[in-house]
Write a protein that binds this ligand. Structure first.
Ligand code: ZN
Length: 614
C-alpha cells in the first residue's frame, strides 16, 4: 500500500498511489509538473548550494544546521515519484552515515549538544519518512537501510532519558516506520517523545517554551500555539501515536485543539501563522491580512494533520479544511512553471516586489523565489505533490469515498471508477464506473455547496427518453452515497453550485472588520495590480451588486471575476482620522479578481484578498 500514512485502524483507510492515479486536470497537471520540473529544480539548487556536497565531506560545510533535511524531503519526493535519480542521491547520503547509525553533516563530532536548535532528530524524521516512502513504493534498498539504521540508533540513544528535539517530526516518522516494519520499538520511541514534551524537556528561550510546544504536556493544551510547523508536525505525530496505542484521550485532545485553532487562528486561505518573528500562530482572532505569515510548510503540515484526523474519525470537516488549504495554499506555494516558490503567504501585499534571480535570504518576498536560505517549502511542496494521489480517496468497510473531486482513476476492492471534472472551474463532476462491481460510492459535497444535486445514471437508462431518465436528488454538504451493485458504464453526476459569494469575517477579527472577500467554489479570490494597473491601497468594494463573470474565461478555463468598487483618494488631507463620514469617495471602477493561487504569476504586483466595504 503506497501511502505516506497507513494507520492500522480508523473509520477510513487511505487509498494509496497503487489505487489512485491522477489524470490531467488541476492536480494531475501540477503533479506532472512536479515530477518533470520541480524535483530536478530542487536537486540542482541543493547541489549548487553545497548541501549535497556536505554528504561527500566537502569543506567548508555549507547551509543551515538543518539543510540535511532538505535532501531527505527531496528523496521522499523522488521515492513517491519513482524518480530515476534516487539511487545515486541515496548513495551520496549513505556515505556520511557513521558506524552506529548516526548521520548528520553539521553535528558530526559534537553530536547532541543542542536539542533546542540542533535539529538532529528533526533531520532523522525526514530521513525516516523518505525511507518509509521508498519501502512502500519499491521495497528494501540502500535508502531504506540507511533510514532503519538511523532509527535504530535513535531508539538506542533516546529510549531512556528526558530528551527530545526542538523541532518535531521524528514522532510521526517513527510511527510510520513501525507501521511498515511492525517493530514496536519505533512506536514506543515515538510515544515517549510525545509524552516527554511539556514536562518540560527543553530549555527556556526568548520566544518562550510555547515556541516548540514544550510549555505544557500535549494532553493539557487547549489550542495549537507557537511555531506553526512545529505545532502541526507534533499534532500529526500525536494522532499517529494515539491511533496505534488506542489512546482515545490523546486523540480527543488533538481534535479539541484543532477545532479551536480552526475557529480562531486560521486565515481564509487555510493558512496558519500571524507572526513573522517566531513563525507562530499569535493569539485568538489575531489574523492580520498584511502581516499574515502562513508558511507554505505550515499549510502542508495542516493538510497532513487533517488527513490523519479524517482517517481516524471519518469527519468530513477535516476534508473540507484540507480542500481549502490545497487549493488556496499548496497551489499558491509554487509558480505555474514549477520553478519558484512562496515561503510566506500573506493575504495582502502593499508594495510590488523587486524580482530576484538568486537565493532569497528572507522568508518574505511578494514574489515567488527560485530558492531560499531555508528551503523547506520547495522540497515540502515536491514531496506533497508527489504523494498527492494518497489524499484523494479513502476506503470504508462497504466501498470507497472520494474526498477530493479531481480527474482521477480509483480502483479498490473490485470497484473501479474514473472521475471527470473541470473542478474547481466548473461544478460538474462525473464519476463513471469502469467495471461491474459491488459496494457504495461516496462523494464529498463541500461545506459551501448548500444546493448541490446528485444523479445516479445506470448505463441501461442512458439512452432512455424522459421521464425514464435519471432521478436528480438534492444532497447536503458532507458525504453523499450511492449504493451498488454497479455495471460498467454506470455514472454518478454531481452538480455543485459555483456562484461566487461574498464572505465576511467574524467581528472579533480586528484586522478584518469592515472588509469582505470573494470566494467561488473552493477558491479564495484576490484583487491583483501589476505594472500600471490602479493601486489597491485606496479602494472600497460594494457588496450589494452581484459578483460578475467578465466575458470569457481565461486559459485552461480559469475563471476571473469582477466586483463594483471605487478607487481614489477620499481622505481629508494631512490627518487620517475624523468624524464619521469624513472619508470615502473615489471613482467607480469594475475591480477584477483572480484566484488567489494564481497571483504573482504576472510579475511584481500588489494584492489583497480582503476588500474594505466601508
Ligand atoms: Zn517551509
Amino acid at each position: 500500500m503506497a501511502n505516506p500514512v497507513l494507520p492500522s485502524s480508523g473509520v477510513l483507510s487511505p487509498l494509496g498511489l497503487d489505487s489512485v492515479r491522477l489524470l490531467p486536470g488541476f492536480w494531475g497537471d501540477r503533479a506532472a509538473l512536479n515530477r518533470e520540473v520541480t524535483i530536478a529544480h530542487c536537486q540542482e539548487w541543493e547541489e549548487r548550494e553545497g548541501w549535497i556536497g556536505n554528504f561527500r565531506g566537502e569543506r567548508p560545510r555549507r547551509g543551515r544546521e538543518f539543510s540535511d533535511s532538505e535532501i531527505y524531503k527531496l528523496l521522499e519526493a523522488m521515492a513517491w515519484a519513482d524518480h530515476p535519480g534516487l539511487p545515486a542521491l541515496a548513495q551520496t547520503v549513505a556515505q556520511a552515515q557513521e558506524g552506529d547509525g548516526y548521520l548528520n553533516t553539521r553535528w558530526s563530532g559534537s553530536r547532541y549538544t543542542d536539542f533546542e536548535w540542533g535539529h538532529e532528530l528533526y533531520c532523522y524524521g525526514h530521513l525516516i519518512q523518505a525511507g518509509v516512502a521508498r519501502l512502500r513504493m519499491h521495497g528494501e534498498d540502500q535508502l531504506t537501510r540507511v533510514a532503519v539504521r538511523a532509527a535504530d540508533h535513535v531508539c538506542r540513544r533516546f529510549m531512556e532519558g528526558t530528551e527530545t528535539c526542538g523541532h518535531p517530526v521524528i514522532e510521526m516518522a517513527l510511527v510510520e516506520l513501525y507501521r511498515v516494519t511492525g517493530a514496536e520499538r519505533y512506536l514506543e520511541m515515538a510515544r515517549r517523545f510525545v509524552e516527554r514534551r511539556g514536562l518540560p524537556a527543553l530549555a527556556d528561550i526568548p520566544f518562550g517554551r510555547a515556541y516548540y510546544q514544550d510549555d505544557q504536556p500535549v494532553r493539557q493544551a487547549q489550542v495549537f500555539r507557537g511555531h506553526v510547523v512545529r505545532a502541526l508536525y507534533l499534532a500529526s505525530g500525536v494522532v499517529d501515536v494515539a491511533v496505534e496505542t488506542g489512546d482515545q484521550e490523546l486523540l480527543k485532545a488533538v481534535e479539541f485543539q484543532w477545532e479551536r485553532t480552526v475557529a480562531r487562528r486560521t486565515h481564509l486561505t487555510g493558512g496558519m501563522g500571524s507572526r513573522h518573528a517566531d513563525e507562530s500562530y499569535g493569539e485568538d482572532w489575531e489574523l492580520p491580512p498584511d502581516r499574515a505569515y502562513n508558511e507554505t510548510c505550515a499549510s502542508i503540515a495542516s493538510i497532513m494533520l487533517a488527513h490523519r484526523l479524517l482517517l481516524a474519525t471519518g469527519d468530513v470537516r477535516y476534508a473540507d479544511l484540507a480542500e481549502r488549504t490545497l487549493y488556496n495554499m499548496l497551489a499558491t506555494g509554487v509558480a505555474l512553471d514549477g520553478r519558484s516558490f512562496f515561503y510566506a503567504n500573506p493575504l495582502q501585499v502593499r508594495v510590488p516586489a523587486v524580482p530576484l534571480e538568486g537565493v532569497n535570504h528572507a522568508a518574505e518576498g511578494g514574489l515567488r523565489s527560485p530558492w531560499f536560505d531555508v528551503s523547506c517549502c520547495p522540497n515540502n511542496i515536491a514531496r506533497t505533490l508527489a504523494s498527492l494521489p494518497a489524499y484523494v480517496a479513502g476506503a470504508a468497510r462497504d466501498g470507497i469515498v472520494i474526498h477530493h473531486l479531481t480527474p482521477s482513476e480509483i480502483r479498490h476492492d473490485g470497484l473501479a471508477v474514473r472521475v471527470e471534472t473541470g473542478y474547481p472551474w466548473t461544478g460538474s463532476v462525473s464519476v463513471r464506473v469502469l467495471e461491474d462491481g459491488q459496494g457504495r460510492i461516496g462523494l464529498r459535497v463541500p461545506a459551501w455547496a448548500t444546493d448541490a444535486t446528485l444523479a445516479h445514471v445506470p448505463v441501461s437508462s442512458q439512452d432512455a427518453p424522459l421521464p425514464d431518465g435519471p432521478v436528480v436528488r438534492p444532497v447536503n454538504p458532507g458525504y453523499a452515497y450511492v449504493e451498488g451493485p454497479w455495471r460498467a458504464g454506470d455514472e454518478i453526476r454531481l452538480e455543485l453550485p459555483m456562484r461566487p459569494r461574498w464572505t465576511f469575517p467574524d467581528r472579533r477579527i480586528d484586522a478584518l472588520r469592515g472588509s469582505a472577500a470573494v470566494e467561488r467554489g473552493p477558491l479564495v479570490y484576490c484583487a491583483e495590480s501589476v505594472a500600471d494597473e490602479p493601486p489597491l491601497g485606496d479602494l472600497t468594494a460594494r457588496v450589494d451588486p452581484p459578483v460578475e463573470h467578465p466575458a470569457g474565461d481565461g486559459a485552461d478555463g480559469v475563471v476571473e471575476l469582477e466586483v463594483a468598487a471605487s478607487i481614489g483618494s477620499g481622505g481629508n488631507g494631512g490627518w487620517p482620522y475624523g468624524p464619521a463620514g469624513a472619508h470615502g469617495g473615489g471613482a467607480d471602477v469594475r475591480l477584477r479578481l483572480v484566484p488567489y493561487h494564481r497571483w504573482g504569476n504576472r510579475g511584481p504586483a500588489t494584492m489583497r484578498v480582503w476588500l474594505p466595504t466601508i
